[in-house]
Design a protein around this ligand. Structure first.
Ligand code: PDD
Length: 282
């Protein structure tokens, strides 16, 4: 049984319980982070904690722990679990209140829950290519917040899965936003494109690393609005996130992207990404 952290204590996951009056359950009044640990080394933990801090601030959720203290707890959860490679979920809700009310009390203690699962499919140059489908983006206008109100994303993933797709990409008024659980990049004539952060997308930690790599490799790059015609006509398409790393999309709405194989630019970015993971391992 894996060990988790709940409100100050480390305990077995099946012994952990939260009140049904928790605002995370009642209202989705909560934020989260997903952090990868490779050979027990937390990957890009500073970026995850920076984003968490911004998210908590934007919801006016105040916790007693600073980033160093959270990092130390996440590290302990990682150490207490035996798997070499882990995917760690850090969930913070506004907490439990005796009476259900949309307006929170000021003295409510946030609920902090951290758990870990084995990260089974590590990013690799032999990663599978995937198939995606494009749908209108039906989410709210604050998708930059990593909120647990993930109903649209859940429905989208169910829909994509039922239809045999691996991921669902979204477009708002004809312009690409992101995937149901990922950020999106495309390549056209050797230039890499991704929607800007102002497009109502999550500022992905993996997205940030990819942009860093693009600069290090001196690749041509632009953050730009991507319309559907441009998207379908791109030479390469990738999705990025913490659990999967970078995956090439070789089919969108059953239409082949580029020549329908992993692209050259994908391969060089992936190589550099794997090197960054290697360098993070001590
Ligand atoms: N999701 N956009 C959305 C909507 C996401 O849900 C995610 C990640 C990303 C990529 O963010 P990052 O690179 O920081 O993982 C972009 C995680 C994996 C999840 O919800 O499980």
């Amino acid at each position: 049984m894996s060990i988790c952290y709940l409100n100050g204590a480390f305990l077995e996951l099946d012994k952990a319980s939260i009140s049904p009056l928790d605002r995370g359950f009642l209202f989705g009044d909560s934020v989260y982070e997903v952090i990868a640990a490779y050979k027990k080394n937390l990957f890009k933990i500073d970026d995850h904690l920076d984003r968490l801090e911004k998210n908590l601030k934007s919801l006016s959720i105040n916790i007693d722990l600073d980033n160093l203290e959270i990092e130390s707890i996440v590290r302990k959860v990682c150490e207490k679990n035996s798997e070499e490679n882990q995917i760690i979920y850090l969930q913070i809700s506004r907490g439990v209140e005796a009476i259900r009310n949309h307006i929170p009390r000021e003295d409510t203690e946030p609920t902090i829950f951290i758990c870990s699962f084995e990260l089974k499919n590590l990013p690799s140059e032999n990663n599978d290519s995937i198939k995606a489908v494009l749908n209108p983006d039906i989410r709210w206008k604050k998708s930059s917040i990593k909120s647990n109100s993930l109903l649209a994303n859940v429905l989208y993933k169910m829909q994509a899965n039922d239809a045999g797709y691996d991921e669902l990409l979204m477009s708002d008024n004809g312009f690409l936003t992101e995937g149901a659980v990922s950020n999106v990049f495309c390549v056209k004539k050797n230039k890499v494109f991704t929607p800007p952060l102002e497009s109502n997308i999550l500022p992905g930690v993996t997205r940030k690393i990819i942009i860093e790599i693009i600069r290090e490799l001196n690749l041509s790059y632009e953050e730009a609005k991507i319309d559907e015609e441009f998207l379908f006509d791109s030479d390469e398409l990738w999705i990025t996130n913490t659990t999967k790393g970078i995956l090439p999309v070789i089919e969108l709405n059953k239409k082949k992207i580029g020549d329908g194989t992993k692209g050259e630019i994908y391969r060089s970015i992936m190589k550099a990404f794997l090197k960054k993971i290697e360098e993070s391992i001590i």
